[in-house]
Design a protein around this ligand. Sequence first.
Ligand code: HAM
Length: 429
Amino acid sequence: MAEESLQPIRGMSDLAAPEICLWHALEQTARDIMSAYAFQEVRTPLVEQTAVFTRSLGDTTDIVQKEMYRVLDRGGRELTLRPEGTAGVMRHVSGLGQDGADARLYYLGPMFRAERPAAGRRRQFHQLGAEAIGPATAMADAEMIALQAHVLEAWGIKDFVVHLNTRGAPDDFSRVTEALRAALAGQRHTLCADCQRRYNENPLRILDCKVEQCAEQVAALPPITEWMGAPANAYVDEVLAWLERLNIPAVKNPRLVRGLDYYQHTVWEVTHSGLGAQDALSGGGRYALNMAGRPVEGVGFAIGLERVIAVLKAQGLVPESMMPRPDVFVVSHGDRAAEENLVLMQSLRLRGIAALMDVRGRSVKAQMRAANRSRSRFVIIRGDTELAAGTFQFKDMDAGSQAELDMPALMNRLLPGPAHAVANQAGDE
Ligand code: HAM
């Protein structure tokens, strides 16, 4: 019988060394910056009731219609693997009552969309997202765009472009919808089948269609901002003015609509020319959602981590160079020495020194090979002879030097600066 292939599902993959080191570095930088803006982490479940997403993202969006992983649990309940983070965070915030009124929350984790995998498009991907709850003000929106630019810059992303637009104030929606229907009415029958349906259900979604015949017609339309009232246009101009004040370059792109229905007023997307067809590093905007009868308003964004990593690699970053090196590899010769070396290794680790040794009883030669492979900075060799003499052979692998040291001298070499005092005590024990 042929071996069953148990590979990850297409568009999903394991994250492991050396690349995981880059993920850790990005995550740590993100957490530090989120703290500087007074955001707290929230970890919502990866699976929610389907209604959490259908009610918030919009029934007519591509995500809800084509891309959600829906599953039935054993009780026959309809669940969905989260395709994005905002809906779950809003569900969380709506349960906080008054405490949620000015919540500032961020999240880091996997999202799932049943899309056709392609470069930059995965079925499991990761987002860093942030959501600031509160009423619509241009200043709040600009603050979020500043936070997002801060994170991207701190990660070392160069030359990203922030595109900004407005989806209009709530009372613009019906005017924009009707104007779009009127503008497309003549060519309606030439739209793709999906867009003919969208024409009735939600014509705004036609503006996102990737089918060529639709895209051509969309390009000929005036930007939707022309059908909005003055307040929406004034609002987005005020966001731009704040960004200018904060020295954050942004371009107004009146054709940007974004693929989710919860937005109103400001929307934005960050693109990078190094990414190819899927060129959005990040997207965000202001939204108003109704979760379990409770309205929640806020502004937020989510950055796609796989795409960030693709840009960093294209800029020359090599994850291998980020692999941490152990400080010490301890080589043993003889059973007594191995026993004592295990104790030594543990005490080094308790002092924060990254140490490892062979625990399989291999030959000294095999241990030395393992020490080299581990890229350890130092190698300590202690056999039964050294044990009797109270000494260690100490190799500095970078300097290529070797010395015989006693315990205090060894600790002096391994522990930096003021830790010597403690180390010397340890050596005296
Ligand atoms: P989104 O534009 O759907 O927005 O996704 C944000 C980012 O996630 C994209 O710009 C992209 O970098 C990444 N991304 C999306 N889909 C994929 C995929 N299939 N493969 C790889 N990366 C992907 C949202 O998710 C909103 N929740 C953002 C938001 C937060 N708006 C307000 N608050």
